[in-house]
Design a binder for this molecule. Structure first.
Ligand code: GTP
Ligand code: MG
Length: 104
């Protein structure tokens, strides 16, 4: 049985620059000219073989127009047991959330 390595990816950037289109191409190998703007954030996964391992990408695609208010931290790392979109937390949290571990 192949080992699974989890890789966490968070896309940030201005609205309309193509964040969701990149994710859509990577996950579904599809391009949509009429893709809707992301609201809040979306979460997707894709697992690809790499050598003698499986690499599981956990991808958070944020909305470009989102801006944290003063004193708030916009991102929080998911719990270690988070494995699929249904169980993933909303990475956009308010208040005293911890910063995403990928972006210290
Ligand atoms: N021609 C062209 N259009 C693109 C490309 N990538 C994205 N677009 C278009 O640009 C527009 C915005 O793309 P999105 O992927 O929704 O951009 P986004 O950064 O996710 O935007 P938000 O969700 O609002 O933050 C859409 O109409 C896409 O079809 C590209 O490489 N070439
Ligand atoms: Mg988007």
């Amino acid at each position: 049985m192949m080992a699974i390595r989890e890789l966490k990816v968070c896309l940030l950037g201005d609205t309309g620059v193509g964040k969701s289109s990149i994710v859509c191409r990577f996950v579904q190998d599809h391009f949509d000219h009429n893709i809707s703007p992301t609201i809040g954030a979306s979460f997707m996964t894709k697992t690809v073989p790499c050598g003698n391992e499986l690499h599981k990408f956990l991808i958070w695609d944020t909305a470009g127009q989102e801006r944290p208010r003063e004193g708030e931290t916009p991102l929080q790392a998911p719990p270690a047991n988070s494995t699929c979109s249904e169980s993933a937390p909303d990475p956009l949290l308010e208040g005293n959330a911890s910063p995403c571990s990928a972006f210290p």
